[in-house]
Ligand binder design. Structure first.
Ligand code: GLY
Ligand code: MN
Ligand code: MN
Length: 467
């Protein structure tokens, strides 16, 4: 099916539904306060995403870039948002206008009317008028916040406007003297989650838990990884998650040693572990949870020994999470247990201090323990403090201090490749265990604690569904 006679016009997805738009207005107001610190004549520009053609007139599924959604709640492509703190019309949206012919195919767009009535814009215009109107709307601004690399059309227009204004400044117009990147300001805001963001994450995590439980129950040797993936993701859709936060990793046996394995085509064999690294998205917030369990419902002694090391490393790292702790301390805590475990398993020999200094663990644990989680699975937010004013820009700065409202994963793993120099029984075993941890005022809350990870629970769940 294709929209007849609509060459050049692109079908849209279902229009955005009105929701708690106060939250988006609060975020814009907060950002506006930050922007105003750079002076009284600032503006900020944010570009929505664009449809990406898959073939002919069929597009890839569209998802609004997270920052644009975070600030606007607007889910349609091609829009541009302009913030002008202190101005009589501080929030201007450029959007695709409503198109009755396209609406027959893909439903109505919000249009300029919807942008004002449903999305809180003080003024809205068709995006076709961007080139004509933006220079005027930036009149009087000497500082524009914009993240270069986001949108070529906005960039060209901004460049032209800067050049034109420079000439006019000779006759008294305000020149645009500074273009600053708003990325770090927005990231600093996004990395600390509000109550409603945590509620969306909770829902995404609960749905993910239900999917993982269903997938575990359905797992049995002889199935293919994609069959388990189908059970997992069917549960996500059934429970109202419109999409995954990232492609599901369903990795049997040694496939788990490929960290971002997404082929998911192999047969699951008797005696193998199955690793699920997955997250449903809900209201744009995504979970990120990993569970590794025996496909036939019984850990072998070697699998269990590896699993217990990773579980202990994870427990020790999670226990540390609290306000005031530095981000990298969480990794260091997990690493200590992993290094000790590799010695106990007979994979490494030497003192903990030396093995850590030499990074001897790296062939078996080669990724970070944590990342921020939110609208994006690897969410925005600095991991290190910004460089100080001492000019020591090239020196690594201290790791950031955890604050209430931050959400991070804790996901140690051990990956003993089939050709690893390790005891034979351990080769081909890959284990990762990942939970989503909210930093609270007094410590932390493991938002995914309801998803079983204790060995006995995993053994009871695996294959529990009737065949
Ligand atoms: N699912 C990707 C990650 O755990 O970081
Ligand atoms: Mn993950
Ligand atoms: Mn992760």
């Amino acid at each position: 099916m294709s929209p007849r006679g609509a060459s050049g016009a692109r079908p849209a997805r279902a229009p955005a539904t009105p929701r708690a738009f106060d939250a988006f207005a609060r975020r814009r107001a907060r950002l506006a306060r930050e922007l105003a610190r750079a002076g009284r004549r600032t503006a900020a520009l944010f570009a929505a995403g664009h449809d990406a053609m898959r073939n002919g007139d069929v597009e890839h599924e569209f998802r609004q870039p997270s920052t644009f959604y975070y600030l606007t709640g607007f889910e349609e492509p091609d829009a541009v948002a302009l913030l002008r703190p202190g101005h009589a019309q501080p929030y201007v949206l450029f959007v695709r206008p409503h198109d009755p012919a396209m609406a027959i195919w893909v439903g109505p767009r919000a249009g300029v009317e919807g942008a004002v009535e449903r999305y809180g814009a003080d003024a809205a215009y068709p995006v076709e008028e961007l080139d004509q109107r933006l220079p005027q709307l930036l009149d009087g601004c000497d500082t524009v916040y914009y993240s270069f690399g986001a949108d070529e059309r906005v960039e060209r227009l901004l460049t032209r406007t800067i050049a034109a204004r420079r000439g006019m400044a000779q006759r008294g117009a305000t020149a645009i003297e500074r273009v600053l990147d708003p990325f770090a300001l927005v990231a600093a805001q996004r990395v600390v989650k509000s109550a409603e963001e945590v509620a969306a994450l909770r829902r995404a995590i609960d749905i993910t838990g239900a999917g993982i439980a269903a997938a575990m129950r359905a797992t049995r040797p002889g199935l293919h990884e994609y069959e388990v993936q189908a059970v997992l993701e069917a549960e996500y859709r059934r429970l109202g998650s419109p999409r995954n936060g990232f492609p599901s990793i369903v990795a049997a046996g040694a496939n788990a040693c490929t960290l971002h394995y997404t082929a998911n085509r192999a047969e699951i064999r008797d005696g193998e572990l199955l690793l699920l690294d997955t997250g449903a998205e809900y209201d744009y917030y995504g979970a990120d949870v990993t569970r590794t369990f025996p496909a036939n419902g019984r850990f072998s002694a070697a699998q269990r020994a590896v699993y217990d090391v990773v579980l202990a490393a994870q427990a020790a790292a999670i226990a540390l999470v609290a306000p005031g702790v530095r981000f990298h301390e969480v990794h260091e805590r997990a690493l200590r247990v992993i290094v000790d475990g590799l010695r106990d398993l007979g994979v490494l020999r030497g003192t903990r201090a030396q093995l850590t200094k030499d990074a001897a663990y790296r062939p078996y644990f080669m990724h970070a323990t944590s990342h921020w989680l939110g609208l994006d699975v690897h969410d925005v937010g600095a991991y290190r403090e910004p460089p100080g004013a001492d000019g020591a820009d090239s020196k690594p700065t201290a790791s950031v201090v955890l604050r209430p409202g931050m959400v991070l994963t804790v996901e140690p793993g051990l990956y003993i490749a089939p050709d690893a120099k390790a005891p034979r029984a351990l080769r081909g075993i890959g284990v990762r265990i990942e939970d989503d941890i909210l930093v609270t005022r007094t410590g932390h809350e493991n938002l995914s604690r309801g998803i079983p990870s204790a060995p006995a629970e995993l053994e009871a769940l695996a294959g529990a569904a009737p065949a």
